[in-house]
Design a protein around this ligand. Sequence first.
Ligand SMILES: O=P(O)(O)OC[C@H]1O[C@H](OP(=O)(O)OP(=O)(O)O)[C@H](O)[C@@H]1O
Ligand code: HPA
Ligand SMILES: [Mg+2]
Length: 176
Amino acid sequence: MKERIEVMFTAEEITKRLEEIAQEVYEEFGDEQVEMVCVLKGGVVTLVELAKKMKMPVTMNFMDVSSYGDGTESSGHIKILRDLDEDITGKNVLLVEDIIDSGRTLSKLRTLLIQRNPKKLKLCTLLDKPDRRVTEVPVDYVGFTIPDAFVVGYGLDYAQKYRNLDYVGVVHFEEE
Ligand SMILES: O=P(O)(O)OC[C@H]1O[C@H](OP(=O)(O)OP(=O)(O)O)[C@H](O)[C@@H]1O
Ligand code: HPA
Ligand SMILES: [Mg+2]
């Protein structure tokens, strides 16, 4: 099988949307410091690109969770591979993801982080795929709402590939 990628959102469209989100985040937090928490690996590109557009002081921290392995279906079991290395008690936290699909990952992380008593916790995702939702989770900032298709690029992978694409595209699997 060969993979063909069909563009869904161009680099320019994503940049523009992240600028709008940075403005919305500024309206929420003003000049207060915000800890941006990246959900590795997929969230890394969105976090870095969004961070460059933020107007207030920002710190970054990283969590690594995994549920999809090399396939296109969530295993339903979320593993925390790396936790934050600093306490978030009393901090403004912006959790940044590439995609919310079943909702299991963000829902689990939200519950975990709320238990640590941040001052405020807001959730941001570049993409939202509501048709696939299994677990509801309130997301504060959504880049784009997408149909039920397997997408790659801008941090999102298929079998660990395509994370470096500067656009988001749908993967089509074709006979060679
Ligand atoms: O809403 P869900 O169904 O939980 O799916 C979304 C999660 O799945 C993907 O991560 P994955 O576990 O594949 O790991 P990765 O970020 O390292 O690619 C994606 O980056 C999200 O974190
Ligand atoms: O559509 C997707 N693409 C890549 N990784 C994902 N993880 C959940 N949904 C997706
Ligand atoms: Mg991920």
